[in-house]
Write a protein that binds this ligand. Structure first.
Ligand code: NCD
Ligand code: ZN
Length: 458
């Protein structure tokens, strides 16, 4: 433990969300790290102090699934806006996706992206490299200093054109990932099935038909393939934005049988149903599609049972102009990094009002902090404990407020949650001991978020 005389900030709280549960305590912070978690304040009088009062102090949240659109798609989103949305949503670390223009398919492309972002992000970050459909074998030699995880799109659309379609190439990716110790993250839908359906009854021309055109069958078929490839080759695979009960069951069963399979649930699959897509149209047009109430219920049940490893926003903004194109031309995706934690909190409090809020807070910390930190090996992240990075989210659990477009920090300026009455509010977000979001003044901090190196620290 570092010397207490290097303490620069003291945060006192009645509800610190630690790996051992919720407790009252005092965080002694210095040099961007938590130096000690104690019962009492032992710092010199001159040190700056912050009292979190009744707010939960969560570990800085980690969103392991964002599309911040640099390079090439910065009309949709950029790191200034995206990281402001993250900070306002309590998120201090993001993992960014490779479907940019050009796509991030090589170590050089990852390095170029990192250079573009330096000085433009409020939050710490790392990148999922994209699997090159022509060269999946690159994963076997992937430098963990560049990326430790790789994204495979098994289905695509115009914002996700780099799809590993060929079965032999897909298998090569699993072999190479196992060899290189790379964590795969997968958009697991069978694009060929969707093409088959489109060829039969034409592309969807109304949002009432959208879910039927991108059915659960596509997800189930792809997840079954992934289970088989993991069984055969042993690669670690994380299924992103899982949308149906059947997929949740398949992945959970495979995991229970000892396979290194995990899954993510998104804020939007927990918050909306196909009825919303009929009402909101393109705003909740998602890939994978938002499904019915029974599926949403099953995803919540999975969350309560501890089955997913991460929650993600899949923050994938598109402009209003793009979203108001015809049904055939409108791209899937919505902004969500700002809404994720509050939307999930709102859902938990509404669904399980009898639950001890401390249990809900620990669940949030697990899915949005320790879970992603462990899965993606983010040293110093995800836990409030001595030695960890001083990333904190001060969260007021009972505040209610209505979300309007005026509060949206994503560059696209809209949210599918507009008009929602939210429970819970992010009062303050702190990264490396410094405030990057302050709700009272609606101000942000310094754009000096770090590129996280998985090979550093412990
Ligand atoms: C994503 C996007 O726009 O980048 N869209 C989405 O609906 N989730 C890409 C994707 O995952 O398909
Ligand atoms: Zn996806």
């Amino acid at each position: 433990m570092a010397e207490l005389n290097s303490v620069e900030l003291v945060v006192s709280a009645r509800r610190l969300v630690t790996p051992q549960g919720v407790r009252a305590g005092v965080l002694h912070i210095g040099g961007g790290r938590i130096l000690a978690v104690t019962d009492t304040d032992t710092a010199p009088a001159a040190v700056r102090r912050m009292d979190a009062g009744d707010a939960y102090v969560l570990p800085g949240l980690i969103d392991s699934h964002v599309h911040f659109r640099t390079p090439g798609l910065t009309h949709k989103e950029d790191w200034e806006h995206g990281s402001r949305a993250a900070a306002a949503g309590g998120v201090t670390t993001v993992l960014d996706m490779p479907n940019t223009v050009p796509p991030t398919l090589s170590p050089e492309a990852v390095r170029e992206k990192a250079a573009l972002i330096q000085g433009h992000s409020l939050v710490d970050h790392r990148f999922h490299i994209g699997v090159d459909p022509q060269r999946p074998e690159l994963l076997a030699e992937l430098d963990p200093g560049v990326a430790t995880s790789a994204k495979i799109f098994m289905a695509g659309h115009h914002t996700a054109p780099t799809v590993v379609r060929d079965a032999a190439q897909l298998e090569k990716a699993f072999i190479a990932a196992a060899e290189g110790g790379v964590q795969l993250v997968l958009h697991a839908e069978d694009g060929e099935l969707f093409s088959l359906l489109d060829g039969w009854w034409g592309e969807p021309d109304s949002y009432a038909r959208y879910e039927a055109h991108r059915p659960r069958t596509g997800g189930i078929a792809a997840v079954a393939k992934v289970v088989e490839l993991v069984r055969r080759h042993g690669a670690r695979a994380h299924i992103l934005h899982l949308s149906s009960a059947e997929e949740a069951d398949l992945v959970s069963a495979a995991r229970a049988a000892g396979l290194p399979l995990t899954f993510e649930v998104t804020g939007h699959h927990l918050s909306f149903t196909d009825a919303d897509t009929k009402r909101l149209g393109a705003r909740t047009r998602l890939s994978p599609a938002i499904r019915g109430q029974a599926d949403q219920d099953r995803l919540w049940a999975a969350l309560r049972a501890g089955l997913p490893s991460t929650l993600g926003s899949d923050h994938a903004p598109h402009t209003v102009a793009e979203k108001t194109r015809s049904v055939r031309q409108s791209p899937p995706g919505l902004p969500g990094v700002q809404e994720l934690a509050v939307a999930v909190w709102t859902g938990m409090r509404r669904r399980w009002p009898e639950e001890d809020p401390d249990v809900a807070a620990c669940r949030l910390a697990r899915y949005l902090a320790s879970g992603p930190a462990e899965l993606f090996r983010l040293p110093g992240k995800g836990r409030l404990e001595a030695g960890a990075d001083a990333d904190l989210t001060l969260f007021s659990p009972d505040a209610t407020w209505m979300l309007s477009a005026a509060q949206v920090y994503a560059k696209c300026g809209w949210s599918a949650y507009e008009g929602w009455t939210m429970t819970g509010e992010v009062l303050r977000t702190i990264r490396a001991g410094r405030v990057i979001w302050d709700r009272a003044t609606r101000t942000f901090g310094a754009y000096d978020g770090r590129l996280l190196d998985s090979t550093a620290g412990g």
